[in-house]
Structures are given as structure tokens and as C-alpha cells.
Design a protein around this ligand. Sequence first.
Ligand code: ATP
Ligand code: MG
Ligand code: MG
Length: 552
Amino acid sequence: MEENSNFIKTIIKEDLESGKHDKIVTRFPPEPNGYLHIGHAKSIVINFGLADEFGGKTNLRFDDTNPLKEDQEFVDSIKEDVAWLGYEWDGLFYASDYFEEMYDRAVLLIKKGKAYVDDLSADEIREYRGTLTQPGKESPYRNRSIEENLDLFERMRNGEFGNGEKVLRAKIDMASPNVNLRDPVIYRIAHATHHNTGDKWCIYPMYSFAHPLEDAIEGVTHSLCTTEFEDQRPLYDWVVAECEMPSVPRQIEFGRLNITNTVMSKRKLKQLVEEGYVDGWDDPRLPTVSGLRRRGYTPEAIREFVAAAGVSKGFSTVDAQMLEHFVREDLKLKAPRTMGVLRPLKVVITNYPEGEVEWLDAEINPENPEMGMRKIPFSREIYIEQDDFMENPPKKYFRLFPGNEVRLKHAYFIKCEEVIKDDEGNVVELRCTYDPETKSGSGFTGRKVKGTLHWVDATHALPAEFRLYEPLILEEEGTEDHEGEEKSFLDNVNEKSLEVLEGFIEPNMKEAKAQDKFQFFRHGYFNVDPKHTTEEKLVFNQIVSLKSSFKL
Ligand code: ATP
Ligand code: MG
Ligand code: MG
């Protein structure tokens, strides 16, 4: 068990043993301003996983305090993604349901002389706040009377002022070495319609004021967030204490998940979606939960990956190959094996009787014999992969070339006798002969061949589209901070991240449905795309190739 432990579990165990809590409550608090990505999956796995392990509860709470960016579409997608990852929330809450209580707590602060209405502009406030090496300067409005502050705050609520004209600030310490404590803004004016509260409010609480209150209102015991909030912890504790919240949550920070060559910020993902670089939030190239699902990743693989990436305070970037490793592991025993030709080249087997069809037996998954057998047709015309033939092969090329013999998986040896070209000299067809003695499973040992090719029967094959992917972003450092950075990551968008091929698959695939997963012999794992698949044609997304250099 020890290897699965982490510093958060240690804290929780201590809190349960000491009797500080008899039950833990965690929460996953997304802002509904975009779709969830795999970084959020880490937070989900940690929060729900800890509650499951210690018999506690986890709330799904929409942190919807910013009306300008939030939308019902995002609320719906987040619910779908959390459930798909395999978790059930206890309470489903909206921060906006607490606006009245938050307002009351702000009034309490004013009455205690711990908050004031400030008329400085946002720029002036920033300037007055000072820097790490320079103390802040007090606002000329800092010493307004309690009565005046109460009156102004109420008038802010009543809509008497325009956006940005006034804010409410906590009165803490303009000389604090922690800049977050230099009278942070806790309410701002925004005349905007909120997806949940409509036009009821025109003042909205800031994250650093709202979040601790939300946690305390729900009786959250351990409020887990990422390390960029570490410096905010003193403010978090200040808000809970000064607002006299009866329940005291504890904020604990862990390191964000970052993955090589992967953008993982909602702002950037949104930009890729809105500027048309991808086919929606669920584009299979995106690290969104819905994109990974459409690509063919499984909840099991994502959960195992996140667990293996570990929980620590430290900052780390995980190799994208590690995620691929876990999906291969998960699909190895589950995915049926099949054959598909992505770039077809026709082969005519000249000594095979015209009009005859044989139905060959093939295992559905040699690593999992319980999955049984399938039938594949074989006849005079088949397709092989274009790059499984070379007219002038280099040394050690063991596939098909004039005069060479190879094995067709599950079928016979064939030998290349003739190459047919079009007017421009492109190879358009091969004429081969087969040897009936060499039938797969017949025990033939007469001679050996070095290459084994996959193929499909040309008369029975079904057309299919194959979508192959490369990383969408080249050389993304994965070191972006929470606020984002100046340099445009759009410069690194890979123009060859999607390749669409029209090929053929075995006819027994006719019944395949959206989200079914297969291992195509020699090509890797593929998922039936739920968006582009039609009655006429299956569309496959490549999940991962077969080989990996990655070792855990
Ligand atoms: P982003 O910066 O990508 O927009 P966010 O933190 O603004 O993400 P929220 O909706 O506020 O998005 O996140 C909900 C929860 O998920 C928060 O507790 C946040 O700390 C956590 N989270 C977000 N990104 C990651 C990540 N890369 N690794 C771990 N946890 C994350
Ligand atoms: Mg956030
Ligand atoms: Mg964000």
C-alpha cells in the first residue's frame, strides 16, 4: 500500500485519526468556461479517489462566478465527462447559488472594518499594490467610514455604478510581503447576464473571496488545488476566519499535470477551437476529455495514467508516451484484432480459381483466446498495403518485390510474378501466384519466408476511412503558467497533425458501432469515430500505434 501513498493521504489519515474530522468532504470545482482536459482528470481522480478511499464525499461544484465566460454548454459537457471517467458526485452545486450568502459575508467584513469600497481604477490598484520588492501604497479611499462603505456597497449591488467604477476590497495589509494580502479586490461590478442567476446581480465576487466561502458553505474538509494557489492560502484562511465561517476547510496544493507537446490551458484550447484549427472541443487531437474519448482512450487508461503520474507538490512534465502506454495496456486484451489496408494496392492471384471464395479462420485476439474466432474471405483479388511492395528493394527488405515470396496473415504464401504500371510509371497492380500447400494452420514446413503481410479480400472488403494523428502542437514546453504567456503557441501548430486515408477493412466489421475499438494488424489501435461515421462508411481514429519505446 505504501507505494500508493502520498502527502495528501497522510494529512487525511492524520485528520481522521486525531478526530479533527470523522468524515472527509472534497470537491471538484471547475469553472464552466470550457471543456475539461486531462489536467482536470488529475484533479477529478485525486478528489473522488480520496473520498472513495476514506469513505467520504465529493461534490461537483461549478465555480461560476464570472458571467462573461460561462455557459450551459460547458456545464453539460463537464457533467458528461466526470461521469464518463467513472465518478459519481454526491452534491451537485453552483457557486452562484451562494451569491446571497457571499454578499452577506462581505457586509459582515465591512461592519468589522475589514473591507472598503475603493474608487481607484484597475490600473491604479495594480500600481498601488507594489511589487515583491516594493511595499504597496494605501488607497485614498481606504479609510472610508463603515457607514459610507455599507451604503456604497449596497448601491453597487443596486446597479448605481458602471463596470469598473468601484470595487470592494478586503482591508488586510498593504505592506505584507505576500502581495495577495495587499487589500485584494473581493467584489467587482459586471453588468452582464449570468447563465444561472440571469440579471439578478451586477456585482460578482472574485475567485479568491468566493472559493474559500464555497468550500466552507459545503463543509469541504480538504480543498485540493494546484500549486499556483499556494501564495493565496493565507488569503483563503483569512477569508474563512474573518467571515466567521462555522466550518473550516484546509487548502492543500499539488503539482499540475503537464504533458509534453500538449497544450493544457482552457484559454488556448478555446482559441484552437474558435479559430478553426480543430474540429470542435472533441477533436481527437486535443487533450480534452471529450477529445480523448473520441480518439478512443478509455476511462481506465486515463485513470491509470493519472495515478502513475503521481501526486506531489513538485512541478513535472510527463511524457505523452506514458499515456499511450496505458491505453495499449488497457486495450491489449479487450480489442478484437482485425486487418485493414490503409493505402490499398491491388493484387491478383493468377492461379487462384476465378469466382471461388474461401472463408478462413482467424483468432479474434491471440492474447485472449476466449474472444473466439472470426471468418475472413479470401479470393483471387486482394488488397495489400502500397508500402509492402517495392520494385527495387534495399537490402533486408523482406516484404513483396518481384520474385519474392511472403506470407499473407491467416492465408497463404504468395509470390510476386509481375508488376503492372500506369502510363506515368506508377505501380497500380501486382500479379502473384499462391501456393495452396502453404495454407495457414495446415502445418506446412516446406520452406520459410521472412515477411508477413496483412491484406483484405477485394470483392468482400468494406470501404473505410482512417484518420492518423500526429501531435497538434510541436515542441510545446508544457511549462505554461496559469495566467498564460505572451508568445503565441499558434506558431507551433503542426500542419500535418491529421492525415485522412481511404482504405478497406474485413467484411465482418459491418456491425461495428461508434466507439468500438480494434487492433488493426501492424497498424495499432483504432476507434470508430462517433462524429463522422455513417451508414455507408466507418471512420476510424488511430488511438496509438503498436510500438513504443516507453518503459514504465
Ligand atoms: P486552465 O488553467 O487549464 O484553464 P483552470 O484551473 O482554470 O484550468 P478550473 O475549471 O478552474 O480550470 O479547474 C478545476 C480544477 O481542476 C481546479 O481545482 C484546478 O486546479 C484543476 N486543474 C486544472 N488544470 C489542472 C492540471 N493541469 N493539473 C491538475 N489539476 C488541474
Ligand atoms: Mg480556475
Ligand atoms: Mg483558467
